[in-house]
Design a protein around this ligand. Sequence first.
Ligand code: DWN
Length: 402
Amino acid sequence: MKCRHDGSEIPIVHDFGLQPIANGFLDESNPQNEYFFSMQVAVNPANGLFQLVEQPDPKQMFHENYAFFTRTSDFMKNHFKDVSNEIMSYLNSEEANHENFVVEIGSNDGAMLEHLVKNGTPCLGVEPSKNVALESEKYGVKTINEFFGSDLSKQLLSSHGAADIVYAANVFCHIPDINDLAQACSILLKDGGTLMFEDPYLLDVLNKTSYDQIYDEHVYLFSCSSVQRIFKEFDLHLYDCKTLPTHGGSMRYYLSKTKCFDSTSNLINQIDKENSAQLLNLETYDQFSKKCEFSKNAFKDYLSNFKKENKRIVGYGATSKSTTILNYCDIGNDLIDFFTDTTPTKINKFSPGKHVPVLSYDHFEPHPDLAVLFAWNHKQEIMQKEKDYKGLWITHLYEDFI
Ligand code: DWN
């Protein structure tokens, strides 16, 4: 496998077997010719970049029927309101000192940009999935329905001018050509402008064995160390970072174009943590691989034993992550009766690969004996909502089994 950043030969560290399109919910329980790819992951020990070996064509994943809408979680809606406040206070600060213009890459249904629009800040979304892009327009968010890259970035620079802030949430880890992506951000930003992006964080995935963050869309898991090394080659200098509770543990990276600020104490401490966790040492990933296998076997055994007693098991949240779990652990309708989910585009469909039915939320009653919390990253919000549920909860996470 050649590293997607520097082209060097790098080792494969784990094999998750054949996987379908994680958000490819199906109309039929027995589809013909469902697409699968071999999901293996590799790590470059020189720059720490954790990456998929093979990724399906992005057009197979992001299109007019993309299944994920940001607004399905109140917690995430609040999170993006906070982001908009942070952006607005940055723009009003002395450091900004520019005409304001903000671009969000992968703006989904406009849950963040909506607030900038209300506040009158000039902004633009870029979103390749047409259905979610159309949703954002209901909130007054101007959206370019295209994939982001250096060609589009040059066009935006000439049509709209340079940006003070380029922001992206849970998007950069989806874009396979990382060099073109970094180049594109560098082209679009003003000198001294800020690139802010956040994604699931490699160290959290390793610490929690939350391997379900790995699926077709997530071609990378970043760390401060890998971001620092790679983006500086494109004149984007990491100066700060912020740990976030979203998506089971994420990191927000702050990079400045051209200007090299001193690293904040947050960043220095985080890089120390990453060094202690030995992110450049392949032994670290060998441990991760063993924990994934342990978690897979323990989770499947747990569900099988439970099912032997003829109990009802329901999956809570037909997440993209659940596609990795079900297909890696070989769990289907024999163990999980159905998923419940609140997303209209997923309801009355079948889960990718394993074809477990997805039913609307009202099917959570009568309550099952066991609910598998596939949307474990929304645990707080869901526990609040499900106070009356008296059955058991479980996740696939390693810590539930040790
Ligand atoms: O990066 C990505 C992140 C941001 O979102 C994408 N590649 C795709 C997606 O990943 P995911 O599908 O794993 O995201 P969530 O946010 O964990 O999905 C939650 C699912 O659970 C949604 O289908 C909605 C559903 N849900 C529910 O049924 N009841 C969610 C909540 C909060 C609920 O109460």
